[in-house]
Design a protein around this ligand. Structure first.
Ligand SMILES: Nc1ncnc2c1ncn2[C@@H]1O[C@H](COP(=O)(O)OP(=O)(O)OP(=O)(O)O)[C@@H](O)[C@H]1O
Ligand SMILES: [Mg+2]
Length: 452
């Protein structure tokens, strides 16, 4: 059973013990603190639904603590404990967002009632918060930035498939924008005003994943304390985004195949057959074909999911998008952090253009946001990117041994660049600043493509 957590803050030990004893008996999980600062430390690591706070404490008083706790956890419901005659302070506390106040000495039955009501109020607030988050999620902007031919290709497929109900499989390395593209497909479809629900299929054990997808009846498994609707039910009419689809266990794959084929499913532990009209978009950065060969992914499911496939190339293969993205992320970060950064210094531009971006666009976004926060002028400067400086293109940082001839060095360097570009001759020639034909040197040096 989920235990509700109550924090008691009072400088008087006997009072703390009395209340804690009483509330524990009522089945709550109780933590006590003897001062405001003590309470704040506790609240930094742990969430409480309700806090009982003594108004009058030496040092930080109850009112000040109330303000601090609300900053840490705006949903927390605070009940002030006041001595008789301090009505004014009690009223002030209510104005500052306390849920209620009780007079000392405390009438335990009255307290119990107040705690119960405070919990109801907490749940109402949380529900509203989730609803609001879902709405925000719905209208989150799905601007896909980029002008490379790769991104234009992605966008043209997106607009062609959006109107249909076909399944779409989105592939690409981590951080390339798979979820963003999935949202765009949904946003352009006739289902746009219905839900887009992501399910992360990785990191969930089989039963929990199935319960997430199909829901469960009460008692279907240990911990299933009440009936729960699954994502298929909730997304009815809308789109389900199966993230990391390659991680779905075999058993669950069979069930998923059935829903896709018949739109029918049962909740875990349930007998009733339910129907849902759901469009499925999935994403993976795994080699599904290999998984099929290894018999850890069903081939029939693969064909069902992969009616249309969209591949998003890694950022390092479409470097012409980088500066557009930088601009976009600067604007976004400015807005979020209330700054007015205008751009990046030429030096930063150099670093950014030469970096490999293993974490792709997510990494670039983080670097830029960090730069916007740290920058002291209106351009992000090298010093604002300590992290990038550290990892900047190790593959090209190479100190040749003093015994090397110039010819050896040339050969080594060409080889490194070739490996870095995955043996793309055009790109290598560009980096090396030589004509593609000059790479004929390769033969002269005996350079051969290897797989290491
Ligand atoms: N073309 C783009 N234009 C603007 N923002 C982008 C673009 N591509 C990705 N992003 C942003 O980069 C971040 C990562 O994108 P997203 O979460 O879609 O990647 P992903 O491929 O799903 O990553 P993972 O495999 O790690 O889940 C998001 O904040 C997203 O908004
Ligand atoms: Mg993702």
């Amino acid at each position: 059973m989920a235990l509700y957590r109550i924090l008691i803050v009072d400088d008087e030990e006997s009072q703390r013990q009395q209340l804690a004893g009483f509330l524990k008996k009522q089945g709550f999980s109780v933590t006590t603190a003897e001062s405001g600062p003590d309470a704040i430390t506790i609240c930094q690591d742990k969430n409480f639904e309700v806090a009982l706070i003594d108004l009058k404490m030496p040092g930080m008083d109850g009112i000040e603590l109330l303000k601090k706790l609300k900053e840490l956890n705006p949903e927390i419901q605070v009940i002030m404990m006041t001595a008789y005659g301090s009505v004014e302070s009690a009223v002030e506390a209510m104005k500052l967002g306390a849920y209620h106040y009780v007079n000392k000495p405390i009438n335990l039955e009255e307290l119990k009632l107040n705690v119960k009501k405070a919990l109801e109020s907490y749940h109402l607030l949380m529900e509203n918060k989730y609803l609001k988050e879902e709405l925000e999620e719905k209208y989150k902007d799905v601007q896909i930035i980029g002008d490379s031919k790769e991104i234009r290709g992605v966008l043209s497929t997106v607009s062609r498939v959006a109107k249909t109900k076909t399944t779409v499989l989105i592939r690409g390395e981590s951080g390339t924008g798979k979820e963003l593209v999935a949202r765009a497909v949904h946003g352009l479809s006739e289902r746009a005003d219905k839900r887009f629900l992501p399910v992360s299929c990785a990191a969930l054990p089989e039963t929990l994943l199935e319960s997430e997808l199909f829901g469960h009846e009460r008692g279907a498994f240990t911990g299933a304390i009440k009936k729960r609707e699954g994502r298929f039910e909730l997304a009815d009419g809308g789109t389900l985004f199966l993230d990391e689809v390659g991680d779905i266990p075999m058993e669950t794959q069979a069930k998923l195949l059935r829903v896709i084929e018949s739109q029918e499913f049962e909740r875990l532990g349930g007998k009733e057959t339910l129907k849902a009209d759901v469009r499925i978009i999935s994403a993976t950065n795994q080699d599904l074909e290999k998984k099929i060969r290894e018999k850890s992914f069903r081939e029939d499911l693969y064909y069902r999911l992969n009616v249309i496939s969209i591949f998003i190339p890694p950022l390092r293969e479409r470097k012409e998008d980088i500066l557009l993205l930088v601009d976009h992320f600067i604007k976004k970060a400015n807005q979020r952090c209330g700054r007015s950064v205008k751009g990046i210094t030429p030096e930063v531009k150099d670093i950014i253009m030469n970096y490999d971006w293993p974490g792709n666009i997510r990494e670039l976004e983080n670097v830029i946001e960090r730069g916007v926060v740290l920058s002291r002028t209106d351009a992000i400067d090298k010093g604002d990117l300590p992290y990038l400086g550290l990892v900047s293109d190790k593959s090209l940082e190479y100190v040749p041994p003093a015994s090397h001839s110039l010819k050896d060095m040339e050969k080594d360097h060409i080889l490194r660049v070739l490996k870095k570009t995955n043996w793309n001759l055009n790109k290598s020639a560009e980096i090396l600043g030589i004509h593609r034909n000059t790479l004929r040197l390769m033969q002269e040096y005996g350079i051969q493509k290897s797989t290491d």
